[in-house]
Design a protein around this ligand. Structure first.
Ligand code: ARG
Length: 463
């Protein structure tokens, strides 16, 4: 059988392997809602502009609704011979309503049709991801408010650096996720132009109304250049890029959960809901969900890379290579959605081990900076000199195998005779944390305020 859509010039059917490499219906059937939505908007415009008669338009619209019902209820048979979702829908429409179906494709092409469908899908998905990010932020900010003063070690180089609080640490991720959400929102703004009506690549001679279809489909305006409209996928790349950065953030947090749940750290506990046991080692509780969030990030970043490579050598405008945008975009964005949901679940589930974290916060001379700051403040020592004096005191404590607060005043005065008993007030982890009141600093009073600020902002419904 020669092809129903372009059979005019074609005498024979494609080779089996041609059909296999060419067909996208196996994955682009995911776009059926967007495809039908786009066609409904298109046909309403064709009728409004008098390009098709009102009665044909009515038949087409009703036919499209029937196709939608068939797909929704699972009775629709997708055919690989019909290549993609666009031709599957149109062919079924012809079965259902006969000749008027042939008028639907007036003034458009599969090139603008697929560009539209993908934009709609990515836009819908980006909106859902925005909601999920806000849910995760809320879970984190609630935990942070609850543990604003739970002391834990802050790390640089994964070495104990200064004491911080669990709440402050969680709020760092709330900030990162806030930027992730704003990256998606930016991408959405730029992608919100309608390519429908660019037709194959040069627009059309029919008196179509692109402003009407753009408005109907919720776009801010139609795209301004027809070649660009069918020839770029930067909207998908931007979404993948925002997704990659977000996944990277989730992966870092997942890595921390993996570390924190080891017996060596013991900072948090996850319940049976988010861990698995070992088939051979009865003592094990493996943080599989966290490991998978970390691992799946590779797929998301991989999809971004893959599409950049697909696009980078393509001359304008559409090339069939661009069909390769779909699987990666679908997989990456649904993977991110799964990772966001799993991370939200883990945050709600996790129980910080307050005593263990606090004990760890004092290890490794984490209050050495407080000692140096005391020397600067009280003795007016220049900071560089204070750093040296502190270094020698830390060396002394380390040689004796004790904490800074365990040294005697005499021992400290052996290093610098100006030191007084007051110094002990700053050597405890609580004092250290409370004193860091600079804006954005770790003091529990700050952390409480920041957590409340976020919770208030997150509770507000978005425009
Ligand atoms: N299935 C195609 C894709 O996903 C639709 C566009 C086909 N256009 C064409 N001129 N062959 O890219």
């Amino acid at each position: 059988m020669s092809n129903r859509m372009w059979g005019g010039r074609y005498e024979s059917a494609p080779a089996a392997i041609m059909e296999e490499i060419n067909a996208s219906i196996g994955f682009d059937q995911k776009l059926w809602r967007q495809d039908i939505r786009g066609s409904l908007a298109h046909v309403a415009m064709l009728a409004a502009t008098g390009i098709v008669t009102k009665s044909d338009a009515k038949a087409i619209a009703q036919g499209l609704q029937s196709v939608a019902k068939e797909i929704e209820s699972g009775t629709f048979t997708f055919s690989r011979a019909l290549e993609d979702i666009h031709m599957n829908v149109e062919s079924r429409l012809a079965d259902l309503i006969g000749p008027p179906a042939g008028r639907l494709h007036t003034g458009r092409s599969r090139n603008d049709q697929v560009a539209l469908d993908m934009r709609l899908w990515v836009r819908d998905t980006v909106d859902e991801l925005g909601v999920q990010i806000a849910e995760l932020q809320t879970a984190l900010a609630e935990k942070a408010a609850q543990h604003a003063d739970a002391i834990m070690p802050g790390f640089t180089h994964l070495q104990s650096a200064q004491p911080t609080t669990f709440g402050h640490h969680l709020l760092a991720y709330v900030e990162m996720l806030g930027r992730d959400a704003s990256r998606f929102a930016d991408a959405r703004k730029r992608m919100n132009e309608c390519p429908l009506g660019a037709a194959a690549l040069c627009g059309t001679s029919f008196p179509i109304d692109r402003h009407m279809t753009a408005k109907e489909l919720g776009f801010d305006r139609p795209t301004a250049n027809s070649l660009d409209s069918v020839g770029d996928r930067d909207f998908a790349l931007e979404a993948l890029s925002a997704a990659s950065i977000c996944a990277m953030h989730l992966s870092r947090f997942a890595e921390e959960i993996v570390l924190w749940t080891t017996p060596q750290f013991g900072f948090v506990k996850l319940s049976d809901k988010f861990t698995t046991g070992s088939s051979i080692m009865p003592q094990k509780r493996n943080p599989d969900a966290a490991e998978l969030v970390r691992g799946k990030t590779g797929r998301v970043v991989g999809a971004l890379n893959a599409l950049l490579i697909v696009m980078k050598g393509l001359p304008l405008t559409y090339g069939k290579d661009m069909q390769e945008d779909k699987e990666g975009v679908f997989d990456a964005l649904s993977t991110l959605s799964l990772c966001l949901a799993a991370t939200t679940g883990m945050v709600r589930d996790m129980e910080p081990q307050l005593e263990t974290m606090k004990a760890a916060a004092g290890v490794g001379y984490a209050t050495a900076t407080d000692l140096a700051d005391w020397l600067v403040r009280t003795l007016k020592t220049p900071f560089r000199e204070a750093h040296h004096i502190t270094g020698r005191i830390v060396g002394l404590a380390s040689a004796r195998g004790v904490g800074l607060e365990d040294l005697s005043l005499a021992e400290m005065q052996g290093v610098d005779p100006r030191i007084t008993r007051d110094v002990f007030a700053v050597l405890g982890v609580e004092k250290s944390v409370k004193s860091r009141l600079s804006y954005g600093g770790t003091a529990p009073a700050n952390v409480k305020k920041q957590a409340q600020r976020w919770l208030k902002a997150l509770a507000k419904p978005k425009k």
